[in-house]
Design a protein around this ligand. Sequence first.
Ligand code: AMP
Length: 331
Amino acid sequence: MNAERPRILSGARASSPRIHIGNYEGAVKPWIDLQDDHEMYCMIADYHGLTTLGATPPDLGYWSRECAKDFVACGLDPEKCAIFIQSRVPQHAELHLILSMFTGLGKLERVPTFKEKKDNLGSDQQVSYGLLGYPVLQSADILLYRPFGVPVGKDQAAHLELSREIGRSFNSAYGVDYFPDFYTIVSTDESRSTLPGLDMRKMSKSYDNCIYINETADETAKKIMSAFTTPSKMKLSDPGIPEGCAVCQYLRLYSPNWESQWNEDRQGLRGCVQNKRELIEILNEFLRPMRERRAQIDDAEIERILADGTERATDFAAQTMREVRQIMRLA
Ligand code: AMP
């Protein structure tokens, strides 16, 4: 590994054709912060998007390409970071199969997100073999790049421990030190790692409480005007509780004056409408350059970026698989 630029693998499941500001703050921004000093591979995990399919499978190719456009618009630089779609690099599936032989069933059944996802499946969805095996595929995604570190949201930290264990099982079976004990890189900034949605639950597509990068300034304004604030603050002079108010939470992230805004809110010196108006201004200004860049990225440009990212990822992944096959004495 290049000691000057340690290798990082990061990724996001293709679960929608667009990303929200929670995805930006919790995932994409940390990748952007790493891209100058690391050899970065950024994967859009479309196979993982297949694990919770309903009766009508989505157009995952479209979702993945649109997501890639959002990443680039947010500031992920395709020169510094190989941006690629998982299914275009077949070595992910190959290593997944091999690693599945080194993974105990009991371990997979005890993964907390498996239980959670299983319970959340709709009536038209089944508990598939793929859903149970999600962490094995994720392990293959990571170990294929033998990375120094993997940046993830808090929700994924348990999976990574399992990935390290699977790598160790392989190493110990063949008496090698091949797959590394990579680092988990988790954000310590609590306010960004679980961004609340407009209703104060976690921002998530499934709750329909998101502000998207790729929506208009008017759409954002409309959403903020109806966002959740302090329920007991009926008139301007009622004291607010900024910790429980979505608008104040966003002010904290995006407004340079958030401390005085919070103080005035707490003391009943400002109303929710004023908070909302100021937030609309600041947040739309923050998102404006991303939206302008997003509008310029056409299908041809993203295809070029993805083709280049796929080539770089495949070069690395193919080398790993050649070495894995040698270690395993496969034909
Ligand atoms: P998802 O598409 O929901 O699986 O999200 C992809 C990644 O985005 C997650 O693993 C998190 O790192 C990040 N993320 C999603 N929702 C939020 C949120 N509300 N706040 C902060 N980060 C989030």
